[in-house]
Design a protein around this ligand. Structure first.
Ligand code: FRU
Length: 501
């Protein structure tokens, strides 16, 4: 076990975000809803709290918020690490791993071959199956099932395609260093046939990892479906390091064609502002969605960390939280289809009723504490209209000396998340940052929904069109919330605080 010392052992353990009890985690894997339970598997080091010994950890929940850690699901061995992948419910027993009456769950994961393996250095796709609803897993004796003689072929996301082209399993995986999503099809999950490739496209400032591909109705119209391809890249995000981008378009059963590709393979930093990002913050990576979520919901979870400093964040004995689960939809905004994300309703307002604060409130060149809004685990909904102020917004997790600034600069059209004075930032040179994203007023208003937990800020702006997620490591006693308008005036039109823990 890697010993990591920290001055504040449990201060930062989130109340609402999943963390492993006393080990390391990264990417969510094999997200699936099955027999009434949400299963969250994840990249896990069962023996320490830094990256290594990659295995699939496991947690379950019946409500997406209260998670129970289970035994390690698929463990690394002498020959291979178990890298990221997905799980499907093989209801027709197409793989033959189960029976008609006990159809299997099948995990499709990346075998990252180690020194002791004859395939050393390679990455290929392998299977494991479970006949007890996802608690114990057997590796398939015929592994791997798909190789490309590649060292960077990984992160298979498998789903059932049912459409004009037929009915079969589809796998989206990456050739990470070629900035390509590679698509395959299969009848039985064991034999795979290449369909097509997508990429390079839009952001290619880092390797491509952890893709996902799914359809969603546009503006809630079930007759108008669009496909969304998400792909994570590291580094090369809009504010540095790890991030995820998405493309909208069509998948005809063979090929994904994008209607949102701006340019291919260009790395002009200004271009990064034009691409579609799952999250503009520093700490939302490797996001993938659940298979078989009830009622056609598309629910996504990301790893709330950044490879720039992931192994150094000052927490112990655990390291890295998951994001809150987000429900996705598509909406037409200014003539374009945009992904809209909101925290699942299960996470909000379970314990306490919202407290509505006094508003509207006119601010002019001032910072004003809101004593009634004090707290560490809560959701803050604020709506502003701009006046003459250069910048306005809120300071959260404040104590007079430290605080995290969430602001809007209307002239520049920027949403700002400043964590330079958020608390402990000294554990890594790359952590302290001011992260920004483009924002426009909607009907003259700026709407923010901010989820605070012990070590994170997730800002959903303009009803979820724009998200900025950052880790922060404040003092436990930094509970203050203030609002401000600098260099002029602004109006806080409404403010609602809902305690969450
Ligand atoms: C993304 C990633 C994946 C890989 C896994 C290894 O964070 O690098 O591409 O499968 O982590 O832990």
């Amino acid at each position: 076990m890697t010993a990591v010392t920290t001055t504040h052992p449990e201060t930062f353990r989130p109340a609402l975000h999943y963390t492993a009890r006393n080990t390391w985690l990264n990417d969510p894997n094999g997200l699936i809803h099955h027999q009434g339970l949400y299963h969250l598997y994840y990249q896990n080091n069962p023996f320490g709290n830094t990256w290594g010994n990659m295995s699939w950890g496991h947690a379950t929940s019946d409500n997406l918020v209260d998670w129970t850690e289970q035994a390690v699901a698929i463990a690394c061995d002498e020959q291979e690490d178990i890298f990221s992948g997905s799980i499907v419910f093989d209801s027709q027993n197409s793989s033959g791993f189960g029976t008609e009456t006990t159809p299997p769950l099948v995990a499709i994961y990346t075998s990252a071959y180690k020194e002791a393996s004859p395939l050393h250095g390679g990455q290929a796709q392998s299977l494991a199956y479970s006949l007890d609803g996802g608690f114990t897993w057997e590796k398939y004796a015929g592994n791997p099932v798909l190789t490309r003689n590649s060292a960077n072929f990984r992160d298979p996301k498998v789903f059932r395609y049912d459409g004009r082209a037929g009915s079969y399993w589809v796998m989206a995986a990456v050739e990470a260093h070629d900035y390509k999503v590679v698509l395959y099809k299969s009848e039985d999950l064991k034999t795979w046939e290449h369909l097509s490739d997508f990429g390079p496209a839009n952001a290619t400032g880092g390797i491509w990892e952890c893709p996902d591909l799914f359809a969603l109705p546009v503006d809630g119209n079930p007759l108008e479906l669009k496909w969304v391809l998400t792909v994570n890249l590291n580094p090369g995000g809009p504010n540095g390091g790890s991030a995820g981008q998405y493309f909208t378009g069509d998948f005809d059963g063979v090929q994904f064609t994008s209607d949102s590709t701006i340019t291919s393979g260009e790395q002009d930093p200004d271009r990064l502002q034009e691409y579609d990002w799952l999250d503009w913050g520093r700490d939302y990576y490797a996001a993938v969605s659940f298979s078989d979520a009830p009622d056609g919901r598309r629910i996504m979870i990301g790893w709330m960390n950044n490879w720039d400093y992931a192994n150094q964040i000052p927490t112990s004995p655990w390291r890295s939280p998951m994001s809150l689960p987000r429900e996705l939809s598509l909406a037409t905004v200014d003539g374009r289809t945009r992904l809209v994300q909101n925290v699942v309703e299960e996470a909000v307002g379970r314990d306490e009723a919202p407290e509505v604060q006094g508003a509207p409130l006119h601010l002019s060149g001032e910072t004003r504490p809101i004593p009634a809004a004090t707290g560490t685990v809560q959701v803050i909904e604020a709506e502003f209209t701009a006046g003459t102020a250069e910048e306005f917004g809120l300071i959260v997790r404040g104590n007079g000396t430290e605080g995290t600034r969430i602001g809007i600069n209307p002239a520049q059209g920027r949403l700002i998340l400043d964590r330079t004075a958020s608390g402990d930032t000294g554990f890594h040179d790359g952590f302290s940052s001011v992260d920004t994203a483009p924002i426009n007023a909607r009907d003259g208003r700026y709407q923010l929904k901010i989820y605070l937990d012990h070590c994170s800020v997730e800002v959903f702006a303009q009803n979820g069109e724009l998200v900025l997620t950052d880790l922060i490591f404040p003092e436990k006693t930094s509970t203050g919330v203030s609002i401000y308008a600098h260099g002029g005036s602004a109006t806080l039109e409404s403010l609602t605080i809902t305690p969450l823990a």
